[in-house]
Design a protein around this ligand. Structure first.
Ligand code: NAP
Length: 277
């Protein structure tokens, strides 16, 4: 893959949440290979360290932080640490003379060009009417609310021409049994994409990717079962499940200037599974 990639994110800074494995990791990898400095995170330090090593091994400029998306301090630290000065090959240090205090100030490089909001939870497979209030709260909290709160913290640092991408799901179009309430939170992201695209225009574009089924840890309760897997493959037109790289390619397109006239949209990347007309 690496050989044929462009450099659409040269000089850009990209935050990808929940990015130490699976779809988030592949998105960070893709943006990084295309030239972005990427900020990756997840709940566990060990996972962060391992993912940072893998990305560095591919020559990617990467900062790794622990961030449980529902922890307010973690979210603030994620943004603050991103916009602090990092002395690397990509970034030069600017000194600015302050005539009033007769001193040189360290000018922060600080900026954010891309945010990919990728974290999600699916803590139960109950029907909606049987789902406990605590589970409803957790689904709303992690799958929707924290995306909004992270953007509130990030907004002052978003550049003109910046881009936000939410990761929804094919389940957002037709919430399936066992994933119904999870699917409803993913439907909410489609609305959030439209609403924020209007609110953040014209400086920031806001779009969304709705993946089909991808064999990751998150989906392993479905994709490691042979008969369910075959069923899911048969529901696609391309006779296969998705790959994390398929999702990364669509996300990179939306985040890049190639999509500079695209905002408020969701791309379904599901091998032709039924979604909408
Ligand atoms: P995955 O492979 O299981 O990876 C999940 C990542 O998120 C890990 O890096 C994990 O690391 C981190 N994480 C989990 N909870 C977190 C939290 N509360 N805060 C911060 N980080 C957290 O999952 P995936 O399949 O790539 O899913 C990524 C996104 O794609 C989700 O939004 C999911 O809804 C969506 N999606 C997936 C599929 C699919 O079939 N896989 C289909 C449609 C949509 P730690 O354990 O270290 O936190």
């Amino acid at each position: 893959m690496d050989k044929n990639l462009g450099k659409r994110f040269e000089g850009k800074v990209a935050i990808v949440t929940a990015s130490t494995q699976g779809i988030g990791f592949s998105i960070a990898e893709r943006l990084g290979l295309e030239g972005a400095a990427v900020v990756i995170s997840s709940r566990r330090q060990k996972n962060v360290d391992e993912a940072v090593e893998k990305l560095k091994g591919k020559g990617i400029e990467v900062l790794g932080l622990v961030c449980h998306v529902s922890n307010a301090q973690h979210r603030k630290d994620l943004i603050e640490n991103t916009v602090q000065v990092h002395l690397t090959d990509h970034f030069k240090l600017d000194l600015e003379f302050d005539p009033w205090n007769l001193l040189f100030r360290l000018q922060k490089y600080g900026k954010i060009d891309v945010i990919v909001s990728n974290a999600a939870a699916n803590p139960a497979v109950d029907g909606i009417l049987e789902t406990k209030e605590s589970v409803l709260d957790k689904l709303w909290d992690i799958n929707v609310k924290t995306s909004i709160l992270l953007l509130q913290d990030a907004a002052p640092h978003l550049q003109k021409g910046s881009s936000v991408v939410f990761i929804s799901s094919i389940a957002g179009y037709q919430p399936p049994q066992g994933l119904a309430m999870y699917g409803v939170t993913k439907t909410a992201l489609l609305g959030l994409t439209k609403a924020l695209a209007a609110e953040m225009a014209p400086n920031t574009r806001v779009n969304c990717v709705a993946p089909g089924f991808v064999p990751t840890h998150f989906a392993s309760f479905l994709t490691t079962n042979d008969s369910i897997r075959k069923d899911l493959e048969a529901k696609t037109l391309l006779n296969r499940l998705g790959t994390t790289q398929d999702m990364a390619a669509a996300t990179a397109y939306l985040a890049s200037d190639d999509a500079s006239y695209v905002t408020g949209e969701t791309i379904v990347v599901a091998g032709g599974m039924p979604s909408r007309l």
